[in-house]
Each structure stands twice: as structure tokens, then as C-alpha cells.
Write a protein that binds this ligand. Structure first.
Ligand code: ZN
Length: 678
């Protein structure tokens, strides 16, 4: 039997082959089409049980099968899988585009909303019906026939273009390799990074060391290599991925313009002035102007701190003989300055964070806050590096499960993310428990030791785990608003950024650290230095996030994709307004900005900062009550994590915090509070 059509229990990753994809998708689409015909010709009044429930069932089966395919396409990509993925992605996009324009279905949802039964539905069910009606409108259901066809064609093309954008970044990242045979060029690079480079070369039967553009290989060179030319070569390759400087067929420049043109056209068909307005229709923020005001206000507050950071960096560069500091020097000089000022290095800290200890420390936080237990168990996986865990409550009943795929490798999309494998909902046999994919790109173990994580990597792990808990600890029983489903996109980073805070707490770190050689926990002196350095360059980092956010927002609201200005021109304009670091002219950041051209962050990148206001303010309740406060933890679970998309995120926040959010905690956490003189 086709493993993608198993719906009882966990996915069978060891059995899924590219040849299963098309038959599974065809089978499930066939089922869905039959159901749609039946529902449209049904004479009975639409009610939850005879109308929404069967649609949700069909949607869940399709979503579940496709999530396995799209996950494998992201983490164990092969040419065969990519081909069937793209072919079926096109089929599915066409199906969904058609579905969201289905007037008969739309009319029946409106009928249901107007019926007497509606008022007796649970809040979750009401919200699902309301969201559906909104999404039909945003999907073009109210358009005249000719515009409908055009709108649908646009959605299909956009989905293909986004997939190609992502592939081009993946392929150009994987295509680069630098083999070094002269050991003297490695001066400054930490032992474990060297060893990883040595093992990578060995694997290919080559002498010397192999460096790539994967983060665990790229980053240590930029931070530590004394050889300036070596840093420059890697930086150049990284900054020009998927651009006109490489193979034309892998150049994302034309895709950027086409994507922006099509998004604008689709938004205008719906009656919006811009794609940004379209994007905000489902978010917390109300208008593009409100978002830009928020970003610019934060930018004004951060700019003086960023300017000071930059001045200090230039001074340090001069002391190192780098008067003409370049983009490939910034990471290197920063690390030197940090070592000089705070007398420790990332590398030193890393020795205290072996993978098993980090995971144990993370799970301890979860147990303390939420009273649940995390334990390792078995499942069929897609790669030998993947592990599997379950979360159980005090009575030992299963709450949810997750896969952990931590290390960087070829054929795996970069970055870190959480995705849904199975969504919690009530079914005939009882509750279907949720399952998540947690994916990172950390340094794999080298030299027979456990993998060692930098503190930044630990923070990333906590971040993704926060998304995971949002998905896994939901108490919602209805598919469409369960976990992260139906949550406004600009509030989705609340639980994730909230989790990052714990990586700075002594009480947490003591239990999460163990020196890889001596077994000693993190010394208090080193911890104090880390805390002192916490806001090192926070100003620079904030304006960088604002640069990306403003670029994304202006690109989708003011930029004319048919005009002569390029996306890169606009980025340079934004930099003039907010940035303190100016990369070389060949830098093609837009060409690999997958968040907005291939991910879901278009006119939504500001969400990180927007949600940080919420997450910092939520965490301040823990600071007031003791950071591992059980009370606050249980309340965070019930008012925020458990709620899914049943009510607006702002309502959940107010229910948790007892008041509306303020920006104070974010500024304080980032050290951006001016001391007031008496
Ligand atoms: Zn996130």
C-alpha cells in the first residue's frame, strides 16, 4: 500500500519513495473532488456535521500526506523527489486556487453563518467559519469570471516561482566548495571547525580541508580566520548566491521582479492598493503605515546605539590594522572586540553545550513550566541523524510527539524551522495527538565527541521549540484553529521568541551545561561575562532587522515592480535610512531572501520585531514572578499556547498579562534604555 495513504499513526518515512507521491495526491484529490460535488448538490441546510466536518477531514488527509512530501523535499532533497514535488505542487496549487474561488461552497458557508445553528457553535467552530468566509474573499471568490481565471493563474505561477527561488538558493549554496591544502591559511579557525573541514574533505577522498557555504562551515571562517583573503572568498560566494554572477539558470533576479509583479496584480484584483494591504488582512497589524511607523520608531530608538556599536567596531578594526574594514571583516573584528572586552569567546562557551546536556536542560524547562515530561522514543525517520521524542502529562498520557533533525548537511534547506506533521483534533476515535518537525542546521558531531552548540545555536533551538510547543500543547479540538493554525502571522513569533529568554537564566544554564572534556557546569564567572555581553551590538542587530523589515514592507507597498528601480536599489535606499553597515556593491541579499520570496513572510518580515514586543512583555511576568514560575507557566500554556487561533492574539495576550502590551520590556531586554540623569 502507498505509505502516504496511511492515516493511522505516524508517517512511514522509511518507505516513502518519489513514485508514491503522484498516485497519493491523485487519490486524495479524487476523494476531495467527489466530496465537493456531493456537498454542492446537497439540498440539506449546511451545518457543522454535514458540511464543515467532512471538508476538514478531507483537508486534513491531503495536508498530512503533503506535509510528508514537502518535508522530505526540504531535508533529503533528490532530483527525483524534486521533480515529483514540483509537479504535484502545481496540481495542488491549482486545486486550492479553484477551491477558494468556489462560489457554491462560499455561498454555503455564508448560509451556515446566517443559520440559527451558528450562534450555538463553539468559539473554535465559529472562528473557523468566519476565517473560511474571509479566505474565500481573499481567494477571489467574489471576482467576475474573467478575473477569477487570471487570479487563479497568478496563484499557480507564484507557487512555481517560489519553489524555484528556494531551489536556486539551495543549489548555489551546495555548489560551492573551497579546498585548502595549506594549513597556514587556517590560522585562527577553531579546532572543531577545522576537524569538521578535514572530515568533509576526507569523505570525498581529498587532501586538506573543505569549506562550504553551510552555516557551521561558513560562520567560523568569517568569525575566526586570520586569513583575510579566505574570509573574503567565502563572503563573496555567500553574498552572490543565486545572482547574475553565477549560472544564469540559477539567477533569482528575474524571479524577484516577476514575483512582485504578480503579487501586486493579484492584490489589485481583490481591490487592495498593494500586496502589503492584502497580506495584512489576516494579521494583527492593520495598515502598512502602522507597521512602518512602528519600525521607524524602533529604528529611531536603536540608531544611536547602532552608531555607537559601529564606532567601537571601527576603532577595534583600526587596532587590528584593518582601517578599511570590509563586510568580511565585520564578524572577525566583532569576535575580537568581544573577546577583548568581555574576555571570552563563542568557542569557549561552546565547550559547555554538548547536545545531550542542552536537550536535557531544554526538557527540564518544559517540565518545570508545564508539568509535562519529554522522553526519547522510536519512529521511522528520513535520515540517520534524526531522533524522535514524545511529550506526556503527569498521568503518562500522550500529549504530542516531535522529530528532531539538528545537523547541517547537503540537500537540506538552510536555517531552522518548525513544521506540522499531524495537527491535534478530535476524531471519532478520540483525540488525534499532534506531531511536529523541528529542523535546524547546527554543527554535526566531530572527532567522536557529541555535537557542541554555540550559545546562538542553543537560542535557535529554544526558539524553534517554542513554535513546537505552540503546535503541540494546543488544547483546541478543531482542525482549522488548532496549534499555530489560524494564528495571525505577526503573532506567531510570540511563543518562539519567548522561549529564547530562558537561555540567559542562570538557573536554567546550570542544568544545561557540562564541559565536554571536564564535565564541569558553566562557571558563574563565564556566565556573568556572557550576560554582560548579551547586548553587545544589540543596536546594530536591531537596525539590521529593521532594514530587512522595512525593505520587505516597502517592496510590497511602495515599490513599482514595473518601474526601472530594482529591488536592490530599494534595499540601498532603505540602508541609507536605517543601516550602519553597508555591504559591497556586489552583495545580492535580495536574491537569497527566501523568507519573503519563498517562505510565508512576504510583507510580514516585521513580525519578528512586532511579536518581540509581545514576547518580551510576556516574559516580564516571569521576571516578576521568578523565571521558572510554575504559576506563570501554567497560565502561559492555558491563555496563549493552548488557544491556537480560536481568538485574536491580542485577546490571548491580554488574558495572560492582564493588560495591553507595551514596548518597555523589549527596549530593556535589548539594553536600549537611556539612563536618566537625576
Ligand atoms: Zn520563528
Amino acid at each position: 500500500m502507498n505509505p502516504l495513504l496511511h492515516f493511522s499513526g505516524l508517517p512511514h518515512f522509511d518507505q516513502i519513495k518519489p513514485e508514491h507521491v503522484t498516485p497519493a495526491v491523485e487519490h486524495l484529490l479524487g476523494e476531495s473532488r467527489t466530496l465537493l460535488e456531493k456537498l454542492q448538490s446537497d439540498m440539506a441546510l449546511p451545518a457543522w456535521d454535514n458540511f464543515v466536518a467532512p471538508l476538514d477531514d478531507a483537508e486534513e488527509r491531503l495536508g498530512r500526506a503533503w506535509s510528508q512530501v514537502s518535508h522530505m523535499n526540504s531535508v533529503v532533497n533528490t532530483p527525483e523527489l524534486r521533480e515529483v514535488y514540483n509537479a504535484n505542487l502545481a496540481t495542488l496549487t491549482a486545486f486550492y486556487a479553484e477551491l477558494s474561488q468556489n462560489e457554491a461552497l462560499y455561498a454555503r458557508y455564508k448560509q451556515l453563518q446566517a443559520a440559527a445553528e451558528f450562534s450555538s457553535l463553539s468559539p473554535a467552530r465559529k472562528k473557523i467559519v468566519e476565517n473560511e468566509i474571509r479566505d474565500f474573499r481573499l481567494g477571489g471568490a467574489e471576482l467576475p469570471a474573467d478575473k477569477k481565471a487570471r487570479f487563479k493563474a497568478i496563484q499557480e505561477t507564484l507557487s512555481t516561482l517560489s519553489s524555484r527561488f528556494e531551489e536556486n538558493v539551495m543549489d548555489t549554496t551546495d555548489a560551492f566548495a573551497l579546498f585548502i591544502e595549506d594549513a597556514s591559511r587556517l590560522a585562527g579557525i577553531p579546532d572543531d571547525a577545522r576537524q569538521a573541514a578535514r572530515e568533509a574533505a576526507e569523505k570525498e577522498g581529498k587532501p586538506g580541508w573543505k569549506f562550504t557555504l553551510h552555516f557551521p562551515s561558513y560562520m567560523p571562517v568569517l568569525q575566526y580566520a586570520d586569513d583575510r583573503k579566505l574570509r573574503e572568498v567565502l563572503y563573496h560566494a555567500y553574498a552572490t548566491r543565486a545572482s547574475e554572477f553565477g549560472k544564469p539558470e540559477l539567477d533569482n533576479t528575474p524571479l524577484i521582479r516577476e514575483i512582485l509583479q504578480l503579487r501586486q496584480e493579484a492584490a489589485q484584483l481583490l481591490g487592495f492598493n498593494s500586496y502589503a494591504e492584502d497580506s495584512l488582512a489576516t494579521k494583527m497589524a492593520e495598515t502598512p503605515a502602522q507597521v512602518m511607523d512602528f519600525l521607524r520608531d524602533l529604528g529611531r530608538r536603536a540608531r544611536p546605539f547602532a552608531g555607537r556599536d559601529m564606532a567601537e567596531l571601527r576603532e577595534a578594526a583600526t587596532r587590528l590594522g584593518l582601517e578599511d574594514m570590509q563586510a568580511w571583516d565585520v564578524g572577525y573584528v566583532s569576535e575580537k572586540l568581544r573577546e577583548e572586552r568581555y574576555a571570552f569567546s563563542d568557542q569557549e562557551v561552546k565547550q559547555y553545550f554538548p547536545e545531550p546536556q542542552v536537550l536535557q536542560g531544554l526538557f527540564r524547562v518544559i517540565t518545570t513550566l508545564y508539568g509535562v515530561t519529554v522522553r526519547k522514543t522510536h519512529a521511522s525517520v528520513w535520515h540517520e541523524d534524526v531522533s524522535f521524542y514524545e511529550i506526556v502529562d503527569r498521568e503518562n498520557s500522550l500529549i504530542g510527539q516531535f522529530y528532531l533533525d539538528l545537523y547541517a548537511r547537503d540537500k537540506k534547506r538552510g536555517g531552522a524551522w518548525m513544521d506540522e506533521a499531524i495537527t491535534r483534533r478530535r476524531k471519532a476515535h478520540g483525540i488525534e495527538t499532534p506531531v511536529a518537525y523541528l529542523t535546524c542546521n547546527f554543527s554535526p558531531p566531530v572527532g567522536g565527541k557529541p555535537a557542541l552548540f554555540t550559545h546562538d545555536e542553543v537560542i535557535t533551538l529554544f526558539h524553534e521549540f517554542g513554535h513546537g510547543l505552540h503546535h503541540l500543547l494546543t488544547r483546541v479540538e478543531e482542525y482549522g484553529v488548532s496549534g499555530i493554525k489560524g494564528v495571525e502571522w505577526d503573532a506567531v513569533e510570540l511563543p518562539s521568541q519567548f522561549m529564547e529568554n530562558f537561555c540567559w537564566e542562570w538557573d536554567v544554564l546550570q542544568h544545561m551545561t557540562r564541559h565536554v572534556d571536564t564535565g564541569a557546569p558553566l562557571p558563574r564567572t563565564l556566565y556573568d561575562k556572557m550576560v554582560a555581553a548579551k547586548n553587545f551590538q544589540a543596536g546594530m542587530q536591531t537596525v539590521r532587522q529593521i532594514e530587512f523589515s522595512l525593505f520587505d514592507m516597502r517592496l510590497h507597498c511602495e515599490f513599482d515592480p514595473h518601474g526601472s528601480q530594482t529591488a536592490l536599489d530599494l534595499l540601498n535606499e532603505v540602508r541609507q535610512e536605517v543601516a550602519v553597515v553597508f555591504p559591497p556593491a556586489y552583495n545580492r541579499f535580495p536574491n537569497n531572501f527566501t523568507h519573503i520570496f519563498a517562505g510565508g513572510y512576504a510583507a510580514g518580515y516585521y513580525s519578528y520585531k512586532w511579536a518581540e514586543v509581545l514576547s518580551a512583555d510576556a516574559y516580564s511576568l516571569f521576571e516578576e514572578n521568578g523565571v521558572l514560575s510554575e504559576d506563570a507557566g501554567r497560565r502561559f500554556w492555558s491563555e496563549i499556547l493552548a488557544q491556537g487561533g480560536v481568538r485574536p492574539a491580542l485577546e490571548s495576550f491580554v488574558a495572560f498579562r492582564g493588560r495591553e502590551p507595551t514596548i518597555d520590556a523589549l527596549l530593556r531586554h535589548n539594553g536600549m534604555v537611556e539612563e536618566v540623569s537625576p
